[in-house]
Design a protein around this ligand. Structure first.
Ligand SMILES: *[C@@H]1O[C@H](CO)[C@@H](O)[C@H](O)[C@H]1NC(C)=O
Ligand SMILES: *[C@@H]1O[C@H](CO)[C@@H](O)[C@H](O)[C@H]1NC(C)=O
Length: 489
């Protein structure tokens, strides 16, 4: 026999977490307090003191977000102890982080897996404020000579993202697969980990920073696991014209058809700023600020299942471009370097027109009209179809309309932050060989063109709305041809 009370609680359990259509997400851009010395090891207590200083600040952001009813908050990569450690010097900052299948709430059972003050504090932040907390910490796993890959110092160190649910339970642990240059303190996991978890507000995936440029695990999470929202702690160094944080991260959300919650570290001398709550049909809100050394909290509503409301999906990126006849390529065609890639450029000379420029397998087409008469700025249409080999090796197919740094065309492709030329309209397309293309539009002063462009399902990136009010830095279709990436070493 079942007593009535049991029956009611049973029903309540089943109906306890009904799916919700929308949720409130927060990301915190954090100006990390860095250790004084990252070359020589400090004591575990000194390491914890430094991490507590950072967690004091993160906790305030968690409390503020929770007070405004946010369901989840993402904090940045390196947000608790910083960067640039030697292998020895990172050790006192690491904890052994178990697999989430152990079902652990560190806040209520802190001693279960040995010393874990950082995990305990993060778990308590989540539990006390009843909010999902995403953070980046370091995991260590002892190994011995029976394991051929075991490092000389007898342990693996991993750059690790963790998620605690609103009860403080560890629900996700992800070891970064694509380490960036100089992350010598960490090891690469033997296989890419595809980490997902379900919530009442959709299916989540997680990865870290440089992972965003590669197929595994970033694209695989979307293609194979259909995640709705990606959690993305990052310490992203901005690079114009195509790889500033807000520009590329918002473009990835749009190109992949998912929400992306990007929390960046803030350090202007490292060019680290730019966080956002990005969804596929709308850019932003976002934060980019080179004029402060302070952190910043963003909160915004997202749809739990963003794909349900996408009218242009799937986008056929080469449809329009494959079916038109090439435009003329113009009178001033030349080559120039952009982030060490040799682009073919053609100068945009008239106030309106059409151009086509090709390289290898890719032809890019531009139709445009410039607003206003006097112009002392040079714009080019550029194409690159080749292997990028600097600060990472990856194959690109890119069509881009961009402002050159100066009137001298040898400056085209170099970074520039301001413009005065406004475009009445533009339409950019290319006959891409890949179906992974990320649409970027950047305005003067590194601002995103919210509501001022769209991608239509034949693959054209077209301007709309108030675009003619704002000077344009660049409009780009940034394609990644993952199959052409060389095998990993
Ligand atoms: C930014 O990072 C650099 C390099 O790690 C460091 O020297 C500098 O102190 C940091 N700036 C701030 C304000 O923390
Ligand atoms: C793109 O168009 C050019 C010129 O029309 C053509 O030579 C090239 O093969 C096309 N690329 C693809 C992948 O179809």
């Amino acid at each position: 026999m079942i007593r009535a009370g049991t029956l009611i609680s049973l029903l309540f359990c089943i109906a306890g977490n009904p799916p919700v259509e929308k949720f409130l997400a927060a990301v915190y851009e954090h100006a990390v307090i860095l250790p004084e010395d990252t070359g020589t090891p400090v004591s575990p207590q000194e390491a914890l003191d430094l991490m507590n200083k950072n967690m004091d600040i993160l906790e305030k952001a968690v409390q503020t977000a929770a007070k405004q009813d946010a369901h989840l908050i993402v904090t940045p990569e390196d947000g608790i102890y910083g960067w640039r450690f030697t292998r020895k010097a990172i050790l006192p900052y690491l904890e052994d982080i178990p697999d989430p299948s152990v079902n652990w709430i560190p806040c209520t059972d802190p001693k279960r897996f040995g010393r874990a003050p950082v995990q305990t504090r993060l778990s308590c932040m989540a539990r006390k404020n009843s909010i999902y907390v995403v953070a980046n910490i370091g995991d260590k796993k002892l190994c011995d000579a029976t394991d051929v890959g075991c490092p000389d110092d007898g342990q693996y160190n991993y750059n690790t993202a963790v998620v605690y649910d609103s009860d403080g339970k560890l629900v996700a642990r992800y070891h970064k697969y694509n380490l960036f240059l100089g992350e010598v303190q960490f090891n690469v996991p033997s296989k890419p980990e595809l980490v997902t978890f379900d919530t009442p507000f959709g299916k989540f995936g997680i990865f870290i920073c440089f992972d965003l440029l590669f197929y595994d695990p970033a694209v695989a999470l979307v293609v194979q696991h259909n995640v709705d929202t990606v959690l993305f702690p990052t310490a992203w160094m901005n690079l114009l014209p195509h790889l500033t944080a807000i520009e590329f991260h918002s473009a990835w959300a749009m190109g992949m058809g998912v929400n992306l919650l990007s929390a960046n570290t803030h350090n202007t001398s490292m060019r680290m700023t730019g966080s956002g709550i990005f969804s596929p049909n709308e850019v932003g809100p976002y934060y980019y600020n080179m004029n402060t050394e302070e952190g910043h909290l963003l909160i915004s509503v997202l749809q739990s299942k963003p794909r349900n409301s996408l009218s242009n999906f799937p986008i056929s990126w080469n449809q329009y471009a494959s079916h038109i006849r090439n435009h003329p390529s113009g009178n001033n065609v030349f080559n120039g370097y952009l982030f060490d890639d040799l682009y073919a450029f053609t100068e945009i000379t008239d106030l309106q027109g059409r151009y086509t420029i090709c390289q290898n397998h890719l032809c890019c087409h531009l139709e445009y009209r410039i607003a206003g008469e006097d112009r002392d700025e040079v714009y080019v249409l550029g194409v690159f179809d080749g292997l990028h080999v600097v600060e990472g090796v990856y194959y690109l197919q890119v069509c881009t309309l961009l402002k050159c740094q100066s009137m001298d065309i040898s400056s085209c492709g170099e970074s520039v932050e301001t413009a005065s030329t406004r475009f009445e309209s533009f339409s950019l397309s290319g006959n891409f060989s890949t179906s992974f293309v990320f649409p970027e539009v950047l305005l003067t002063n590194v601002d995103l063109a919210r509501g001022m462009f769209q991608v239509i399902n034949d693959g054209r990136l077209i301007s709309k709305g108030d675009i003619s009010q704002y000077p344009l830095l660049s409009a780009t279709l940034f394609g990644r041809w993952y199959e052409k990436d060389p095998p990993r070493k």
